[in-house]
Design a protein around this ligand. Structure first.
Ligand code: TRP
Length: 502
């Protein structure tokens, strides 16, 4: 049975796949703007602390759980725990939910890439502004659905080829390519006039407020909740992805070192994405302000001069409106950078999506194996992808929420928190990042720390690693991680109050 389950071809292949899972829309889109909205530097410090004391520890624990049991998420929880065996279900359900919007965002990346490609080919043709463009895409259900299908077909083809033949192969080429493209975009971004304002926004404490990007920095709990949720999402934790990937890893490999590399690489790419995106967006905003641009004031309905506060750095508009405008403002070679950028985001989205799909696929493969059968991978992948497509269609047809079928109506929430009617995203984001992930990780650390005891996993961690972190691991998983997670959940509840949900 062991043999037919498959495994990674090499440790570097595993690392690139795990980094590929971690590096995704969360890094390129979420991290930069959440840092900005949270007042910059404070967010960064809290994020780093959480990554070391919580993220790193949970990462080791998840990989160890997977490798020890040799099973996907549900199987791993069932084997290890009596009291917490049901968490596995949560961890298979959530990736399925995340995919509903992840695939649609991936679809928009394909649309934008092809659009820039055609702008490049037909230079001189009339070009729409980012806002008009995104608006017309959101209200074009047919296009969104068609490209969502295309995105899912790509994922299907990769997942059906298996762990080493598909996922590992894609990441071995995709990750280095992503890195090179990211460097190209960073160089372009940092050499735009006004880019230094964006750098200050990112790294000078309090600058976002001082320069007028945001009116007031949010409170400590809110920043903690935002940074914590972001950390879980970005590191692909608490959703079974790392348990699943760990279950395909050889016993000789070093879990501690691998976890360290994944966490560091993910954080570096997130910071790099910030450098690629924020200075460019700010520089473009400054150019517009200097050019005398006006905006419609939301409160008064009157036209007024644009200010720093009007530079859109949050929500999908950052990726699909602001940046598209940046590329268009670059003149004839702009579309070339556009193609490179959206291709980069697309690769990041695919490499994460295939890890989310694999969580569900591995569950069905393991279940077949338990019954003594060899699971039919292509068929299982097909069904999983079809099921995801059904829920994704809803989000795609709704244009991420602009066409009025989204769940905010049910909750009575504010529907355009980020200036767009992107309430599917806000809702899913809150459910997954805000609640399901910290809650899942809290339960998991309680299980490891107090039910099955850190020893159980430490025995597994010792295989392949001479580095002894027993004291640090036990202390963090028993006390620091649960405490951190409770604070994140409190911060989230606090945010709910502010949104008026309670
Ligand atoms: N980490 C990815 C991102 O930053 C998203 C992701 C992929 C994910 N797989 C996951 C999140 C598993 C949680 C769990 O975009």
């Amino acid at each position: 049975m062991e043999q037919s389950r498959g495994s990674w071809g090499s440790n570097i292949g595993f690392l690139l796949a795990a980094i590929g899972s971690a590096v995704g829309l969360g890094n390129i889109w979420g991290f930069p703007y959440k840092m900005g909205k949270s007042g910059g530097f404070t967010f960064l410090i809290i994020y780093f602390l959480l990554a070391v004391f919580v993220g790193f520890i949970i990462m080791i624990a998840e990989l160890a759980m997977g490798r020890k049991t040799g099973k996907g998420t549900i199987g791993a929880y069932h084997t290890l725990s009596r009291k917490f065996r049901w968490i596995g279900w949560l961890a298979v359900f959530s990736p399925f939910i995340i995919m509903s919007f992840y695939s649609v965002l991936g679809a928009y990346c394909i649309e934008y890439m092809s659009l820039n490609l055609s702008n490049l080919a037909f230079a001189g043709a009339e070009i729409k502004t980012g806002a008009d463009l995104f608006g017309s895409m959101l209200t074009n259900p047919f296009g969104a659905v068609a490209f969502t299908v295309l995105f899912m077909v790509i994922c299907y083809l990769i997942n059906r080829s298996g762990v080493s033949g598909g996922i590992e192969k894609f990441n071995k080429i995709g990750m280095p390519a992503l890195f090179v493209m990211l460097v190209i975009i960073i160089i372009r971004s940092l050499t735009l006039p006004g880019a230094s304002e964006g750098l200050k926004f990112m790294f000078v404490p309090g600058y976002a407020v001082k320069a007028g990007f945001i009116s007031e920095a949010p409170g400590f709990l809110t920043v903690l909740a935002t940074a914590g949720g972001q950390m879980f999402f970005s590191l692909s934790l608490a959703m079974g992805a790392m348990i699943t990937y760990g279950s395909y890893l050889s016993k000789q490999e070093n879990l501690v070192k691998n976890s360290g590399i994944i966490v560091v690489a993910d954080t570096i790419v997130a910071t790099m994405a910030g450098l690629a995106v924020i200075p460019a967006a700010v520089a473009n905003g400054i150019a517009q302000i200097n050019g005398g641009a006006t905006v419609m004031d939301a409160a008064t309905g009157l036209e007024r001069a644009m200010t720093f506060a009007d530079i859109q750095l949050g929500g999908p508009s950052l990726l699909f409106v602001t940046l598209q405008d940046v590329f268009q403002a670059m003149g004839p070679i702009g579309p070339l950078f556009g193609v490179i950028f959206y291709l980069l985001v697309l690769i990041a989205a695919i490499s994460s999506a295939i890890s989310l799909i694999e969580v569900v696929v591995t569950y069905f493969m393991d279940r077949a194996a338990e019954k003594g059968r060899q699971g039919n991978r292509p068929r299982i992948v097909l069904w999983v992808c079809l099921a995801i497509m059904v829920e994704a269609f809803l989000v795609a047809m709704d244009g991420l929420g602009s066409n009025g079928i989204a769940p905010y109506n049910l909750l009575g929430m504010e529907n355009n928190i980020n200036g767009w009617n992107d309430c599917w995203l806000d809702f899913m984001d809150m459910m997954s990042e805000g609640i399901a992930m910290p809650l899942g990780a809290l339960l998991m650390s309680l299980m490891v720390g107090w039910e099955i005891k850190p020893r159980t996993l430490l025995d597994e961690i010792h295989q392949g690693s001479r580095l002894r972190i027993d004291g640090f691991f036990s202390f963090c998983i028993r006390f620091i991680a649960p405490l951190g997670m409770v604070m994140i959940l409190l911060g989230q509840i606090d945010t709910f109050f502010r949104l008026g949900i309670f």
